[in-house]
Structure formats: C-alpha cells, structure tokens
Ligand binder design. Structure first.
Ligand code: IPM
Ligand code: MN
Length: 375
C-alpha cells in the first residue's frame, strides 16, 4: 500500500520564501523518482510580513492543519518592523508555539561537513566533522515563565526562569542515547559517545540534568560517557570536532552551540534541523529570514533541502517506510554530488578555493540537485 503523508508548509518570511520552494521541488522529485510513497503539500502563510499585512501571524485554520499533519516544513520567521505589543517579534510565537504546542521535545542539529565544502575552521575536513547536537526544545530558558516589572513607566527588572524537569531531561537524554546507537560513532575513534554539555559547576538545573544523564547512561554500556562544561565546549567543538558523536544539552545552550557548530560545516546556509516529538515532526533550516539578502536569490537552499531530507528519514523511521528512506538517501547523494562538482554554489560557499567562482542563484542550486536526483 502506498502511504500518503500530509505535509504542511510554512515558507514564512524573507529567504524562507526562496529556500522552501526549492525544498518542495526536491521532495516532489525524490518522491516521483523513488516511488512507493506519496507526499501531499498544503501551504499556509505565516510570519512577520503576514502580520504587517493582515494583523495576524497565521490564518486560524493553520493550527488544526498542523495537528492533522504527518510532518511540517518550516522556512524562517522575522521581518523588520513586524513587532507585536510587548516587543515580541511577530512570528516567534508561531515557531515556539509549534515546538511547545506539538511537544516537539528533541531539536536535532547535525553538524556534518560535506566533501566539497571547506570548513570555516582551518585544518578540518569532512573526515573530522560529523556530530549531532540534540537540543532540548520544550523547557529551559524558553519555558514561558518570565516577566518584567514596570514601575511608573520605567522598566525596572526582567526575569526569565530556566526550567529543568526530570521528565524533560530524561526524554531528551534518552533520545540522544538511542540516536547514538543508530549512528557509527565519533570520527576520531569510531567510538559511540554521548557528550553531556552543561554548566553543572554552577547551576542546579544543570546538576539535575547531569545526574539524569548518569542514570540513563547506565543502560547503554556500549556508549562512552563524556562531560563538557558549555563554556569549554565552545572551544573544544572547534578545536577537536572529531571527538564528538552525539551532544546533548538544554535549550538555550543548544541554541548557541548549534549556531557555532555551523561554522564547521560551511555556515548557516547548509545547516538543517529537525524538531521531533512522539507524534509530530517539524523540519527547518537553522538560518533565519535574512532580510538583508531576501528576494535576491542569494540564499543557500541546502540547509532547507537537508531539513526536508531529515523529514523523510523521520517518516521512514516512524512508519518503517523503506521508500521514504531511499528518497532521503537519494537527496543526500544528490546534494553531495553537486557540492563535490563544486561549480554551482550560492555566494555563502564561494570562499577558499571556490573564491573565484561566479555565485549561483538559489534556484540554480535547487535545479542542479534536481538533475542529480533525476539521473
Ligand atoms: C532557532 C532560532 C529560534 C530559537 C528563535 C527564532 C526563536 O534561533 O531556531 O535556533 O531561539 O530557538
Ligand atoms: Mn538559534
């Protein structure tokens, strides 16, 4: 039986409008070439620009559509001047609302350097960089327990409470260990390793997180334990990325180190991510809406396309769907081939030995990947 997956699409703001259509194009082509599964796409507007035009961040029916979806593809949110009362960027509540509302507790941010991209970190190659940051996505500093004190029109104080719960820590750490079992180990020594990144020398929440890490690690004899303070991590990740396999951490710390990890793989333009829960999944490039280059066909679609590939991998795992898995592989191979050939790349990747190239447009990169899929 051919399964049909309902995919909800939010291109959102800025370059999201350019990279997401390329991703849909690639997903459709992989579906048509591989066959054996079907994807049905429904797009809704959302984000800051939509807010400025309509007074709403997204249409009312979008939430129900997400609740009835098999997966969600997300672009980016944030547009200059689109700010809600209280100073919140219009669109942020949609992104965080989906993460919290659909209980997408695991935010996966792979840092895998493709051959054909030079690392921004000297002397690191594709043999050195292949780890995943597993970021907790439903608590930490992003828990909506915050407030500001305004006295006589003066903003006096603001607090954001960082929440670490046993349930939240347990499920993200377990996710990290299970993911580690499905991978091939760290590039340096092939050892399976889950690195716990925290600030447990100071923070109680981090002490609880590490304690739970130790409890769960006991159930995985074949996985090496590894402890890193988050401040030290910002240098070790760059100095010795080959040591890392799976990295697990709380929400805000994961936000920061995952952006940092993108410098290892060629920048934010190629960094994908997945937000995963028990039932739902949402897939988005790590980069934002980039208003400065929006509408100019300069954005790299690869971060978004690889997020689409992660969507197929997740559907494959969830539904034991081999066709989906093959389609994901086909997309990854196509991206890899285009990067190795080297001459078609957006401006963000035209550095180092590719500095002299004339940069390609967003669509041209999408087309080149499409041709490899169809071959
Ligand atoms: C990300 C972004 C978001 C976050 C913002 C836009 C709310 O930076 O996906 O990493 O902080 O999680
Ligand atoms: Mn971020």
């Amino acid at each position: 039986m051919t399964r049909t997956y309902k995919i909800i699409v939010f291109s959102g703001d800025g370059v999201g409008k350019e990279v997401v259509p390329e991703t849909v194009k690639i997903l459709k082509s992989a579906r048509d070439v591989v066959t054996g599964f079907n994807l049905e796409f429904t797009e809704f507007p959302c984000g800051g620009k939509h807010y400025l035009e309509t007074g709403k961040e997204w249409p009312d029916e979008a939430w129900d559509a997400c609740k009835n979806s098999d997966a969600i593809l997300f672009g980016a949110i944030g547009w200059p001047g689109a700010v809600k009362s209280g100073g919140v960027l219009a669109g942020v509540d949609i992104l965080l609302g989906l993460r919290f509302g659909l209980d997408l507790y695991a935010n996966l941010r792979p840092a895998k350097l493709f051959e054909g991209i030079e690392s921004r970190v000297l002397d690191k190659s594709s043999k050195d960089v292949d780890f995943v940051v597993v970021r907790e996505n439903t608590e930490g500093l992003y828990a909506p327990i915050r407030g500001a004190l305004n006295r006589g029109g003066i903003e006096e104080l603001a607090v954001d409470v960082r929440v670490i719960t046993r349930k939240g820590a347990e499920r993200i750490i377990r996710y990290a260990f299970n993911l580690c079992m499905r991978r091939g180990g760290a590039p340096r020594d092939g050892k399976r390793r889950v690195s716990c990144v925290d600030k447990s020398n100071v923070l109680d929440g981090c002490r609880l997180f590490r304690k739970i890490y130790d409890e769960i690690a006991k159930g995985y004899e074949e996985i090496e334990r590894d402890y890193v303070y988050v401040d030290a991590m910002t240098q070790w990740m760059i100095r010795a990325p080959e040591h890392y396999d799976v990295v697990v951490t709380s929400n805000f710390q994961g936000d920061i180190i995952s952006d940092l990890s993108a410098v290892l793989i060629g920048g934010m333009g190629v960094a994908p991510s997945a937000n995963i829960g028990e039932k739902y999944g949402m897939f988005e490039p790590v980069h934002g809406s980039a208003p400065d280059i929006a509408g100019q066909q300069k954005a790299n679609p690869i971060g978004s396309i690889l997020s689409g590939k992660m969507m197929l991998e997740w559907l494959a795992l969830k539904h034991s769907d081999k066709a989906c898995k093959r389609a994901a592989q086909r997309i990854e191979e196509a991206v890899s081939k285009v990067l190795i050939e080297g001459n078609i790349r957006t401006p963000d990747l035209c550095y180092g030995k590719y500095a002299g190239l004339s940069p390609s447009k967003t669509q041209e990169v999408g087309d080149a990947i499409l041709r490899k899929i169809e071959k």
